[in-house]
Each structure stands twice: as structure tokens, then as C-alpha cells.
Design a protein around this ligand. Structure first.
Ligand code: ADP
Ligand code: ASP
Ligand code: MG
Length: 408
């Protein structure tokens, strides 16, 4: 008898019929003799709907109340799924994050899981029940409801699999595995049979939302193999594991992209020590993440300073930078919300020269202007105008020969 954690995302529980299908799938696993813990997201579109409601009622909603609001999405699906299971004759019980409890820190809207008490779940499993747990939510030491950031149900599932020493953590979603790039942008993208934690971590942090970045960090840290599968079709999906491909790793394993980007330029700042800190210090104090940074060569003692932030933080960051720029005697701050970041990723890049050259040449051939570049050992990212997103992804997918049937 194995203990299996199954997570179902928003589309997979998007209607009454689909919730019943999830119930049937879980019952099949139970009937094979396994213990089953299910983690569910809110029904598709529900978290966005709640976010809009919160922002409609107040321009700057309190984050504590936002979490209380957002957590209701998952509370609906756990109850409906437990009812569906019971309706099909299967004993089941639903738990919110607070009922498990899943303890987190106090960072509302992006809390981190600190501890999961497994006793209650174990007792229910031992009583023959399927346990349904709300994804994306927890409770802080003072009993406040917290949420784990967008896509956080993946992290709930991996964290539960770790805490329960589960034999398997299956992430059921609306695609049948992890692809060389988002199959919705490049239809010739190829499904990978397996991918390393390291590569998936890079893909996720560069925008591939098929798994939340933190879920991959968690899986890597505790070595929990995660399988990404379709909730609509049968298949073996993609295994995320620490095992490297036995065949030599390809140079590039995938193309990731992020639309959640914006760029801020402060032209004409004095070129002297302390300027980067003067601009970015207050940004980081406001909990805004800065990603790509460029400072130009100075001319007549002045330089331009450009950096990117998440698009959702753009307005807040612009306000802060405008204040600072005045004090520094810089020219008017420029902002651009119409940029995206496209990245090539692969652990095989470490041992291959020429990846950057191939990348830049193929983008140039399509007349795509590169605005910013950032590199690490296993990725190269470029910032381009958002109108080139699809073209850039497809061009790079072709340039690195990622489509087709090659086994991996
Ligand atoms: P869920 O609601 O099940 O959590 P998500 O929408 O969060 O589903 O994640 C699945 C989506 O991730 C897919 O529909 C796909 O568009 C997108 N995606 C982005 N990059 C990739 C990739 N490399 N492989 C597979 N899917 C990807
Ligand atoms: N419902 C949350 C979201 O839409 C969490 C999740 O689906 O993983 O981000
Ligand atoms: Mg998701």
C-alpha cells in the first residue's frame, strides 16, 4: 500500500463534472489499495475573480484581508470534492490549511510553509478516508489565514508529500507534462519524459508556470520526485527528479518566458559610488524584486540606470523611483510596461560555447531588438518588446532544434 498525493489545478476542478471526474480518478487509486491525499486549487478563474473584487472595493486592500478572501476559492473546491467522493460511496474528509494545520510565516500573499502537522491527515487515512486538502493556504502562528503566492497549490502538494513521506506526488493539470516550451505558444513543443530539479527550477523561475517555483525548490531540497500529468488523458507525463539524463544532456532543454515584466530607466544619474544603492535600496525596502539591471558607460559624469521589476509592482516602483530621481538630479524617469523576458535554459549549456551567439543571431534574423541581457551558468535571458514574444519563443525553439521526436 502506497501513500499518494495528487494535486488538481484550477481547470481540472473547473466545473461540477470535472470535480466528479477527479473524485472518480482518486477512487480508482484508492481501489488499487493506496492511501490518497488530494490537494485542490480554486475553480479556474476564481482566484482572479476574488482578486478583482478585493481591488474593486479598495485601491490598496490590506494583505491580511486579501488572504482571507483568496483562501475561500480553495475552501469551495475541497468541500465540493469531498461531497462528490461521499456521493460516490467513498469516505472522505476535507481540511482547510488552518485545519491541517499547515503552519506558515506571516508574509501575507507570499507566505512560506514552515511546518505541517500530519497527525490529523494520518488518522483520517487510517480510518479509510480520502483526505482533501485546500492548496495555496496556511495559517500563521497567530491563527491568521495566509496564502502562498499564485500557483501555490503545487507547493502545498509537494510539502504535504514531504511531510507524509508519500511514495508519489502527482501534479494533474491541463497539459500532459512539461514541454520544451509552453505548448500554447509553440505547438511543436516536445513533451519531456523527465527533467532535472535544477532545470525545472530555472524554467519555473523564468516564467514557466506549469509548476510554482517554490514547489520545485521544495521537491529538490527534500528529493521528492514529482510527476506532472494530464487530468484529462492517460499517460506517463513528465518526471521531475534529481537523476540526470543518462544520455549526454542537450545544450538547451527549454525556452521559458515571462509576461510579468516591466522596465524602469533613470536617465542622467550622476556616475558616482552609491547610486545603484540609492535607487535600488528603497525598491527592495518596499519588497519589490528587481531582476535584470543595466548601467550604461558614463558620458560627462552622467549615466543611465535601467532595471526590471514584476509588472504587478510597476506602479509602486515608479512612484518610489520618481521621488529618488528628483533628489539625485536625474532626468525624468521612463517606464515601459510592454516588455517580456525570454530565456533559453539548460544544464548542458555549462559545457557548450556559442549558445549566446546562436540566440542573438536568430533573434537578429527576425529583426527582434534585444533591450537587455542577463546570463547565468545555465540560462540566457533577453528582454524584448512584448509584441515579439511568440515570434522570439518560436524562433529560439527552432534555432536550438527543440521540436520533433528526439527521445529524452
Ligand atoms: P494548474 O491550474 O493546473 O495549476 P497552470 O495554468 O498553473 O495549471 O499550469 C499549466 C500551464 O502551464 C499550461 O496550460 C501551459 O500553458 C503552461 N506552461 C508554461 N510553460 C510550460 C511548459 N514548459 N510545459 C508545459 N506547460 C507549460
Ligand atoms: N488558486 C491559486 C491561484 O490561482 C493557487 C493555485 O491554483 O495553485 O494562483
Ligand atoms: Mg498552477
Amino acid at each position: 500500500m502506497a501513500l499518494i498525493v495528487q494535486k488538481f489545478g484550477g481547470t481540472s476542478v473547473g466545473s461540477v463534472e470535472r470535480i466528479r471526474e477527479v473524485a472518480k480518478r482518486a477512487i480508482r487509486t484508492r481501489q488499487e489499495g493506496h492511501q490518497v491525499v488530494i490537494v485542490v486549487s480554486a475553480m479556474s478563474g476564481e482566484t482572479d475573480r476574488l482578486l478583482h473584487l478585493g481591488r474593486a472595493v479598495s485601491p490598496k486592500p490590506a494583505e491580511r484581508e486579501m488572504d482571507t478572501l483568496l483562501a475561500t476559492g480553495e475552501q469551495v473546491t475541497i468541500a465540493l470534492l469531498a461531497m462528490a467522493l461521499e456521493g460516490l460511496g467513498q469516505k472522505a474528509v476535507s481540511y482547510t490549511g488552518g485545519q491541517v494545520p499547515i503552519l506558515t510565516d506571516t508574509a501575507h500573499t507570499k507566505a512560506r510553509i514552515q511546518h505541517i502537522a500530519s497527525e490529523r491527515i494520518r488518522a483520517a487515512l487510517d480510518a479509510g478516508k480520502i483526505v482533501v486538502v485546500a492548496g495555496f493556504q496556511g495559517v500563521d502562528p497567530d491563527g491568521n489565514i495566509t496564502t502562498l503566492g499564485r500557483g501555490g497549490s503545487d507547493t502545498t502538494a509537494v510539502a504535504l508529500a514531504t511531510a507524509l513521506h508519500a511514495d508519489e506526488c502527482a501534479i494533474y493539470t491541463d497539459v500532459d507534462g512539461i514541454y520544451t516550451t509552453d505548448p500554447r505558444v509553440e505547438s511543436r513543443a516536445r513533451r519531456l519524459d523527465r527533467i532535472t530539479f535544477e532545470e525545472m527550477l530555472e524554467m519555473a523561475s523564468l516564467g514557466a508556470k506549469v509548476l510554482q517555483t517554490r514547489s520545485v525548490e521544495f521537491a529538490m531540497k527534500y528529493n521528492v520526485p514529482v510527476r506532472v500529468l494530464s487530468s484529462f488523458t492517460d499517460g506517463t507525463g513528465t518526471l521531475v527528479t534529481n537523476e540526470e539524463n543518462p544520455v549526454e544532456a542537450p545544450r538547451v532543454s527549454g525556452i521559458a518566458f515571462s509576461r510579468n515584466e516591466a522596465k524602469i530607466t533613470v536617465p542622467g544619474v550622476p556616475d558616482r559610488p552609491g547610486i545603484a544603492h540609492a535607487i535600488l535600496g528603497p525598491i527592495s525596502a518596499a519588497h519589490i524584486n528587481v531582476d535584470v539591471i543595466i548601467q550604461n558607460v558614463s558620458e560627462a559624469g552622467k549615466t543611465d540606470f535601467t532595471f526590471t521589476v514584476e509588472r504587478s509592482d510597476f506602479a509602486k516602483a515608479m512612484d518610489i523611483v520618481r521621488d529618488i530621481a528628483q533628489g539625485l538630479g536625474a532626468d525624468a524617469v521612463q517606464g515601459d510596461e510592454h516588455i517580456v523576458k525570454v530565456s533559453v535554459v539548460g544544464v548542458g549549456m555549462r559545457s557548450h560555447a556559442g549558445i549566446a551567439a546562436t540566440m542573438f543571431a536568430s533573434l537578429a534574423q527576425e529583426n527582434i531588438n534585444i533591450q537587455m541581457i542577463s546570463t547565468s551558468e545555465i540560462k540566457i535571458s533577453v528582454v524584448v518588446d512584448e509584441k515579439y514574444l511568440e515570434l522570439a519563443v518560436r524562433t529560439l525553439h527552432t534555432a536550438f532544434a527543440l521540436h520533433g521526436e528526439a527521445a529524452r
